[in-house]
Design a binder for this molecule. Structure first.
Ligand SMILES: [Zn+2]
Length: 332
């Protein structure tokens, strides 16, 4: 279903471009082509998610003003419900570097790339080459989705950005592609990437120190669980209502009862949700527990950061630091 839709959007986008070109129109609506003050075409970089966008912004350093950097999901739509518009497809087909995750919720990207000459950076490929991609995990107690899973090879967990160690690997990979697309900027990108990795190293060290000092290691999550990379890297265990990409929002009685039981067994004091949760499942889990005294806290999966938050200074590092604070408070 999705593929046909994308092909139709793509065809419409390309028709639009051709028609505009034939009409001799100078500025094509939806096109990503921007020019600097010398009339040269700016380097155009398109990122799907907030993390890729924020890393790239940091790597561009003093070349940021010479670059047209686009964050596709800037209206805060969740990565799992996003569908590209014709303008988005046009942007991808005319950009120089396209940074995307390439997991199950971004299958549309392969069709968008079919007609693009850009340099793609697919984060899952980067991790796979590195040998650190992880397959999706369905854990005890997770509510299965109604829709049957497709037969075939197991899928990789797409939420690869949620650990500072992976972020460092991606920053290097994005830096290499920017330098390949714009060799004149190589020194700037390399220097800025090095500086940014020093900051990521600091974040990584704080996660290691703070979480290893926490006596409790089990997270109770009354929501989807996209934090597998983080949990594995820092030796955390977890029980969650749904898998990371699940479209389920209503928990069954069994799911709530299972999480309440785990809350009692582990003596956890906090039930986690994701950002933007209405908190209903967490409230039900606490109401069904013996003590009924646990609190709730949100972990931000960075999947729905919008332009207002960015204007207010949200960054990958600031949001991950808030996550660390929430984990530390819950697990002490
Ligand atoms: Zn997902």
């Amino acid at each position: 279903m999705k593929k046909t839709l994308i092909k139709r959007i793509l065809a419409a986008a390309l028709c639009g471009l051709t028609a505009a070109a034939a009409a001799g129109c100078g500025s094509v609506k939806g096109s990503a082509i921007a020019f600097n003050e010398n009339g040269e075409k700016k380097l155009s970089v398109v990122c799907t998610g907030f993390s890729e966008y924020d890393w790239t912004k940091n790597i561009l350093g003093e070349k940021a003003a010479d670059t047209e950097l686009t964050y596709l999901l800037d209206n805060g739509v969740d990565m799992h419900s996003y569908q590209p518009t014709a303008a988005d497809i046009a942007k991808i087909s005319t950009c120089d570097v396209f940074v995307y995750v390439g997991g199950e919720s971004q299958e549309w990207a392969e069709d968008a790339l079919a007609n693009s000459t850009c340099r793609p950076v697919r984060l899952l490929d980067v991790l796979e080459k590195n040998g650190s991609a992880k397959e999706e995990e369905i854990k005890e107690g997770m509510q299965a989705e109604e829709e049957c899973e497709e037969e075939g090879a197991p899928e990789y967990d797409e939420h690869v950005w949620l650990t500072p160690g992976n972020a460092e690997i991606f920053v290097r990979a994005i830096c290499d592609e920017l330098a390949a697309a714009d060799p004149a900027g190589k020194d700037v990108y390399t220097k800025a990437a090095d500086d940014y990795i020093v900051q990521l190293d600091g974040l990584k060290a704080d996660f290691t120190a703070e979480l290893s000092a926490c006596p409790n290691k089990t997270l109770i999550v009354a929501d989807r669980f996209p934090f597998r990379y983080l949990a594995d890297e820092y030796g955390l265990d977890y029980y969650a209502a749904f898998a990371g990409c699940s479209a389920e929002t209503e928990a069954s009685f069994e799911t709530v009862a299972f999480l309440s039981q785990k809350l009692d067994e582990t003596d956890a004091k906090t039930v986690f949700t994701l950002e933007n949760s209405n908190g209903k499942i967490a409230a039900a889990v606490i109401a069904n527990s013996k003590e009924k005294s646990a609190g709730t806290a949100a972990l931000d999966s960075l999947q729905s950061v919008n332009s207002t938050q960015i204007n207010n200074g949200a960054s990958y590092i600031s949001i991950m630091r808030k996550n660390l604070e929430a984990l530390k408070t819950a697990l002490k």
